[in-house]
Design a protein around this ligand. Structure first.
Ligand SMILES: O=C(O)c1ccc(O)c(O)c1
Ligand SMILES: [Mg+2]
Length: 580
């Protein structure tokens, strides 16, 4: 289907918006009235710009508060038609009346819309009538369709907007009863479920399909069944997107439509972590001490690059000293076990992820990599033969210790691009978002969302440092083990300085919340934190930060699926105290 986007969805002047939208590969645009009013170019010039960029102007919007009024304002409508003719747009969006002067009278609304459609026809223009979720009387899509049917004019149809339909909890199955040729336009937006006034929700929190909680794909199925053949057009009002880079947001928008249509290259989802890679200084003495204390050994060195392989069980860490400079240790890459790495990278490319050039010497295993929104490199690879990446390291046997594998990695996301990251991991890696959480930090708020693979094999946590919390490190590698108390005892005995100390108040509260069973005994002395849900228990500890990264050791008991979120504020507060 043709792909379009409303100019209100991206930042900039109208010409900047059009350029960004065209660069992302869209076929058309909806021109939002405010973008035209504030543009110094005459409509004829805008028309030419769009044409030069290969964009068709799909729709002009909106005409407000028109129907069911004491008098229809046809003079205003005529002026809009003239502008549209100069613009080369032949579809006008009329959104349902919000004025207190509107009458609750479907017959009157239909009569006036019919008049409008008749006038529009004289200019070769058609009218798409949209029920705003907060319309005074018309706020359900089936109501707008009843009025359109009553008006019965070939130049009048409905505009369906997924936000208005799904925010009100209307059942989109009713769309199938609307003849496809009477659906003049389809606007798509997603949103997180929020308990707030629907107008505020719509104007500030819309996001692209796949970034929120609505079943936009389900709605699209009904629209297709109805026989709609027009464009898929994104219409997103979002405070962050308005401030972000237009080109980047436009690409994100296009990714959303590709994922929604299901037209990306197919690939099986990664099944787990092959490795996590830390970029580190020339002589990462502190990091080596930390890894040794955690039970890792250096089991291999890369044949051609200053990269060390540190292993314990199936937990694998690469220390990459290529940068060599004084930059602090940072988590810069992850390797994902992929059934078919070449397919995985094709899928990522078809979803507009930047595919990184392969840098490998002859004889090295092929490594396909892409860049995640935060710049983290993601390698699709296989640890096992043939083409196992581990062979490049002349590896010895991994050490046997308590640590068994990587449980999850947590990545810090750039400020205005959290939604982009969520859609990226959802569409490219097949991860499902869990409930978004917010944690108090002594100097701000940390927003966090866990993303999990189909069988729980791959877990990632996306963090967003809100205002003030920017200094708190939240990039970390979580290591799974079967006996966290043994790990904690050894650290406590040999490297007490590497353990993040946990306040006694935390344990007083923990003992108040949970009966002191055998699981809880000794946690206070060892600095181990605890959580429990219906499915199991979770024990975890944190190390101090090395550069910009810290480690977490976790033990999952039973079917516990979370990440110890209740304990995050304690961790953040202690990290602050440590850093200052
Ligand atoms: O928020 C609004 O006013 C508005 C305008 C036009 C639309 O298509 C819409 O969905 C909302
Ligand atoms: Mg709309």
């Amino acid at each position: 289907m043709r792909k379009s986007i409303a100019t209100v969805s991206v930042s900039g002047t109208l010409t900047e918006k059009l350029e960004a939208i065209a660069a992302a590969g869209f076929d058309g645009v909806e021109i939002f009235e405010n973008d035209l009013l504030t543009c110094p170019l005459p409509p004829e010039e805008i028309r030419l710009r769009a044409a030069d960029l290969g964009l068709s102007i799909e729709l002009y919007q909106p005409l407000r508060d028109f129907e069911a009024m004491p008098e229809p304002d046809l003079r205003r409508a005529e002026r809009k038609f003239q502008i549209m003719e100069r613009l080369g747009a032949d579809l006008l969006l009329v959104c349902s009346n919000v004025s207190p002067r509107a009458a609750a009278d479907d017959g009157l609304a239909a009569e006036q819309l019919r008049l409008l459609a008749e006038r529009a026809a004289g200019h070769g223009i058609r009218i798409a009538y949209e029920a705003l979720a907060w319309g005074r009387y018309v706020n359900e899509y089936l109501h707008s369709w009843r009025i359109v049917r009553l008006a019965d004019h070939p130049n009048l149809g409905v505009c369906l907007d997924s936000f208005h339909i799904l925010s009100r909890g209307s059942d989109p199955i009713g769309i199938e009863a609307v003849p496809g040729e009477k659906i003049f336009f389809l606007q798509l937006a997603d949103a997180p479920i929020l308990a707030m006034d629907v107008l505020q929700w719509s104007r500030h929190y819309r996001c692209f399909p796949g970034q929120g909680d609505f079943d936009v794909a389900g709605l699209l199925t009904h629209v297709r069944k109805a026989g709609y053949t027009g464009p898929l057009s994104l219409e997103v009002f979002n405070d962050h997107f308005r401030q972000a880079d237009a080109r980047r947001i436009a690409v994100d928008a296009m990714r959303s439509l590709i994922a929604l249509e299901g037209s990306a290259h197919p690939a099986e989802a990664p099944t787990g972590f092959a490795f996590a890679e830390l970029a580190t200084a020339e002589d990462p003495a502190g990091l080596r001490v930390m890894l040794t204390a955690l039970g890792f050994t250096r089991s291999g060195v890369h044949g051609g690059k200053p990269v060390e392989l540190w292993e314990q069980g199936r937990a694998r860490l690469l220390l990459n000293r290529t940068g060599g400079g004084p930059a602090p240790t940072a988590l810069t890459a992850i390797g994902l076990e992929s059934p078919e790495p070449a397919d995985a990278v094709k899928r990522a490319g078809s979803l507009l992820a930047p595919v990184l050039p392969r840098e490998r010497a002859p004889g090295d295993a092929p490594l396909d990599a892409i860049a995640a929104p935060d710049g983290t490199q993601i390698f699709f690879c296989r640890t096992a033969q043939p083409y196992g990446w581990r062979e490049d390291f002349a590896p010895g046997e991994p050490a046997a210790g308590e640590i068994t594998h990587l449980d999850h990695v947590a990545l810090t996301q750039p400020w205005h691009y959290f939604d982009e990251a969520e859609l990226f991991y959802r569409s490219v890696l097949g991860l499902a978002p869990q409930e978004g959480l917010e944690f108090p930090d002594p100097y701000g708020l940390l927003r966090s969302k866990a993303m999990t693979g189909p069988d729980g094999g791959l877990r990632m946590v996306l963090n967003l440092a809100q205002v003030g919390a920017g200094q708190t490190p939240s990039q970390h590698v979580a290591l799974a083990c079967d006996d966290i108390l043994a790990v904690a005892r050894r650290l406590r005995a040999e490297h007490p300085d590497l353990l993040l100390p946990i306040p006694g108040n935390y344990y007083d509260d923990l003992e108040a919340r949970h009966e002191a069973g055998p699981g809880l005994r000794g946690l206070r002395e060892l600095g181990v934190l605890y959580d429990r849900d219906e499915d199991g228990e979770f024990l975890h500890l944190y190390t101090v930060t090395v550069g910009r990264v810290f480690f977490e050791v976790v033990q999952r008991v039973g079917g516990y699926r979370g990440y110890g979120a209740v304990n995050a504020p304690v961790r953040l507060a202690v990290q602050h105290a440590h850093a200052h």
